[in-house]
Design a protein around this ligand. Structure first.
Ligand code: GLC
Length: 439
């Protein structure tokens, strides 16, 4: 029905599961003012490390608690930052000392996490930063935390990007060998000159700086089913990416490739703006906004990867837990309108103030009602096509009828419409959903 660009990795589970947890965790949880803090404030490496590396001590970390919170929210997979741009590694990499085992944490934080989520039947994804502001051979560019260093050119003379490439590939080999099945890899990110509005003389990095072609080969060789994101700067390479990743905005329609074919996609979003734990941000989205986001994404055939930045003590803070619990309460009753669902068939128009999702297997259409109407909702083009309708939250019947002559005369409904008779009072759920059983 919807023609979607095939993926090299296995996307079957992905387009069914729809809702995942992103975790951004690292040293930047301690400054607690954005995961790019080292870059933004141009903090020298020795200062960053003497303040945060020596004090990273997540004594309250319990990955079972995290996995439970995510699973109760209705999430089916998770993606964790094994390393972010500051270069700090959460696992016991043999290739560096810059890792959790050498901080007061004194242990591998990734293995137990993967296990805890797997134990709850959730899929495992790794985010891995291509960028590294710690590695001594990573050539300083216009994005680097030392971009304005007076000795930049001098420092770069001894930096060998190839050495960094070897390190990057070596670490990916570790991650894809030592932790069992890894379902997704979220590489982040490429920024070559000329891309996304960057000037022609911008000093950035792209496929040659990561040897992306060899990296994706290695990735697929070690984990043949793995699903890989679109940030390796390999758009034109066959098998160079599996899914697109619009970040922190809502696409207007189902994203397509250059040929106009719909693609597998996932949008990643934050609760409050930054990805790492931010103590003072006051731009937190409400449960209602977040649910609308999830519904809208699925109505456009996509996935939502929603981020938590755990604290330096190793917990999800109260604001994050509040949002996760609120979403979970809705998902418990409305998950059927999300899992296994996609955009409605193109010949079914979306009613005003609604989003539609559709399960092609069960042939059920879900009308997510974003603004509760007065008594009736008219569904154009569905006359004679609906067998039965009910509110999803309590399985209470919704009467189906033809538009009255008066409604037709006054433009209250279309001739080919079926009309839903709704209660005047909105059901006491965040966003009510009507489940339609199509013939
Ligand atoms: C960006 C940012 C980053 C975040 C990521 C999530 O590219 O660099 O901090 O990890 O997006 O998608």
């Amino acid at each position: 029905m919807h023609q979607v660009r095939p993926t090299t990795g296995d996307s079957n589970w992905f387009v069914n599961d729809r809702f995942g947890l992103f975790i951004h965790w690292g040293l930047y949880a301690l400054p607690a003012r954005h995961e790019w803090v080292k870059q933004r404030e141009e903090i020298p490496g020795d200062v960053y490390d003497s303040k945060y590396f020596t004090r990273f001590d997540p004594d309250l970390y319990d990955p079972d608690v995290w996995a439970a919170a995510a699973s109760d929210a209705g999430m089916k997979y998770f993606v964790v930052t094994t390393k972010h741009h500051d270069g700090f590694c959460l696992w016991d990499s043999k290739l560096t000392d810059y890792k959790a085992t050498n901080t007061p944490a004194r242990r591998d934080l990734i293995g137990p996490m993967a296990k805890a989520f797997r134990d709850r039947d959730m899929k495992v994804g790794f985010y891995h930063s291509l960028i590294d502001w710690h590695h001594p051979n990573f050539v300083i560019d216009d994005v680097h935390s030392m971009r304005n260093h007076p000795d930049r050119a001098e420092l770069n003379k001894t930096r060998e990007q190839q050495q960094y490439i070897d390190y990057l590939h070596g670490q990916v080999r570790e991650l894809l060998t030592d932790y069992g099945r890894v379902d997704m890899l979220f590489y982040d990110f490429s920024y070559p000159a000329g891309s996304r509005g960057r000037a022609a003389d911008f000093v950035g990095k792209g496929r040659r700086d990561w040897d992306s072609e060899a990296l994706i080969k290695l990735t697929r060789h070690l984990q043949p089913d793995i699903l890989v994101d679109d940030r390796l700067d390999l758009f034109d390479a066959p098998g160079g990416w599996d899914y697109r990743t619009p970040e922190q905005f809502m696409p207007r329609a189902w994203p397509t490739d250059d040929a106009g074919t719909k693609v597998v996609w996932e949008t990643c979003q934050t609760f409050s703006g930054s990805w790492g734990y931010h103590r003072d941000e006051s731009s937190w989205k409400s449960v209602d906004q977040l649910l609308r986001m999830l519904i809208e994404v699925v109505s456009k055939g996509g996935n939502l990867l929603l981020n938590v930045g755990p604290t330096g003590r190793g917990e999800f803070d109260d604001r994050a837990l509040d949002r996760l619990q609120g979403m979970g309460a809705w998902m418990r009753r409305h998950g059927r309108a999300i899992y296994g669902c996609t955009a409605a068939p193109p010949d079914i128009p979306t009613p005003q103030n609604c989003c539609l999702t559709w399960n092609p297997q069960t042939r059920r259409l879900y009308v997510h009602i974003l603004a509760w109407p007065f008594k009736q909702l008219s569904l154009d083009g569905l006359a004679g096509r609906v067998e039965y309708a009910q509110l999803l939250n309590d399985a209470s019947e919704v009467f189906l009828r033809e538009p009255t002559p008066h409604q037709l005369e006054m433009g209250g409904a279309d001739a080919g419409a079926v009309v839903l008779d709704l209660p005047v009072e909105q059901p006491r759920v965040e966003i009510p959903v009507v489940e339609l059983f199509l013939k």
